[in-house]
Design a protein around this ligand. Structure first.
Ligand SMILES: Cc1ncc(COP(=O)(O)O)c(C=O)c1O
Length: 436
């Protein structure tokens, strides 16, 4: 019988078979070749999820453009992989614009959204022909002025705040009325912004955008939002004669972080939106492009964070498993109280209640609280699942701990896609005052 591949080992971890020889061998091989803490991504999982999404939507929306929201994971290897699958790019900073260009995207395949853009960022987006997704009237005037000064025309959309609560975590709810994002439909603010844009010779209006939030598991919020957005598209055409190229309904599809959860299936979302879209097309008499921009959905389940157990400690109240990763490596649990499934690799003992604690000096640095798992020993490995999105991209060097390495697994091969940070990296940019 042949040896199991790395991909099969990762699959065994996902399937809650962390004791399986395939999982033990994959984790052992990856840890000994690349060290820990280590982010590992499974290529087949990323391409599979992109295709699932695209196929569900392409079957119902004749003009479709699927963006990858780079903020979920900006590693160039993953960005290039999604580009090769046919994704466009949604970016939120100059750094992400450059990451998209570096991965091979052309300027006109990039959508630049941020609620607070600097002049250098706007100028770069205009220069490359990206769509600038404008967040305020103030910003509109700046985009127009910078485009005019450069002798160019800026392609713009506006981000709309639809005032809809998609029932996700408050911290990642972006489409509610009190959030900082977008122009409100209420009070005619969004309409007035389009009317003003029509007066500006250096801007071309091409679309309208919204994004409700992240980790959304129900279709209702999308449907309510789509109704508002599509009514607004008609209003723009009828009242102002504005003819758009696209409507962007954002990203935000939730993925399962607990055993037994389902996440939001693209098929369900596409089916829920289809009747509204058909109605709009009938009323307008032409087909708009539907743009979508998920991040988490494509990359979260592909990712694993491997950590090594430094020590195990019993207190009168708890058993702490101290690992060599922490909230500096994976911030989501400390930042949002987010849950990541944790697996102890290669142990079959009776489950005990364990807290997996990070190596950062913060009380809140618990990566997985009160989990029923077999007790590991120092030198064992613990793996956190679904760590492909907002994992590395939110990592920091807090406590002067260098950034982890990243690896992309394809079948039975593993390619280093980011070298491990070093202590020298931490101090490279520091400027010490001259010693007296
Ligand atoms: C404007 C915008 N688009 C897309 C996304 C991607 O969201 P998600 O990763 O939940 O799909 C985000 C994330 O916050 C966002 O702010």
């Amino acid at each position: 019988m042949r040896d199991p591949t790395l991909h099969e080992g990762l699959q065994a971890l996902r399937d809650d078979r962390a004791f399986d020889p395939a999982a033990v061998s994959a984790v052992g091989r990856l840890a000994s070749e690349f060290g820990t803490p280590l982010y590992v991504y499974d290529k087949a999982a990323i391409t599979g999820r992109f295709r699932t999404f695209r196929d569900a939507f392409a079957a119902r929306f004749p003009k479709l453009r699927v963006h990858y929201a780079l903020k979920a994971n900006t590693n160039g290897a993953l960005v290039a992989l999604l580009r090769a699958e046919g994704a466009a790019a949604e970016v939120v900073s100059l750094g992400e614009i450059l990451a998209a260009l570096r991965a091979g995207f052309r300027g006109n395949e990039i959508l630049f959204t941020s609620s607070s853009k600097g002049p250098d960022e706007i100028s770069k987006a205009v220069e490359i022909g990206a769509v600038v997704n404008v967040d305020s009237r103030d910003e509109l005037e700046q985009v127009a002025a910078l485009a005019e000064a450069a002798g160019r025309r800026a392609r713009i959309s506006f981000r709309i705040n639809p005032g809809v609560d998609p029932h996700t975590l408050h911290h990642i709810n972006t489409g509610i009325a009190e959030s900082k994002f977008g122009l409100h439909l209420d009070g005619g603010l969004a309409r007035a912004a389009y009317a003003r844009a029509q007066e500006l010779p250096s801007v071309d209006i091409v679309g309208v955008h919204c994004h409700l939030g992240s980790q959304i598991t129900e279709t209702d919020g999308y449907v309510v939002t789509a109704r508002k957005m599509l009514a607004f598209v008609r209003e723009l055409e009828e009242a102002l004669g504005v003819r758009l190229l696209f409507v962007d309904l954002g990203g935000g599809l939730g993925v399962p972080y607990h055993d037994g959860e389902a996440g939001l299936a693209p098929e369900a979302l596409a089916a829920a939106l289809e009747p509204l879209w058909k109605e709009l097309t009938k009323r307008l008499g032409y087909e708009l492009e539907l743009w979508m921009e998920p991040g988490r959905f494509f990359v979260a389940p592909s990712g694993f964070l491997l950590a090594r157990v430094n020590s195990v400690k019993e207190t009168p109240l708890k058993v702490f498993v101290n690992v060599n990763a922490g909230s500096n490596t994976l911030l989501r649990p400390a930042m949002y109280g987010a849950h990541h499934r944790a697996r102890v690799v290669g142990r079959t003992g009776a489950p005990e209640t364990l807290d997996i604690a990070g190596d950062v000096c913060e009380t809140g640095d618990i990566l997985a609280a009160e989990r029923r798992l077999p007790r590991p020993e120092a030198g064992d490995f613990v793996v956190f699942l679904d760590a492909g999105a907002y994992g590395f991209s939110m990592a920091s060097t807090y406590n002067a701990r260098p950034l982890p390495a990243e690896v992309l697994v394809d079948g039975d091969t593993a390619a280093l896609i980011r070298r491990r940070g070093t202590v020298e990296d931490l101090f490279r940019d520091e400027v010490l005052p001259p010693s007296r």
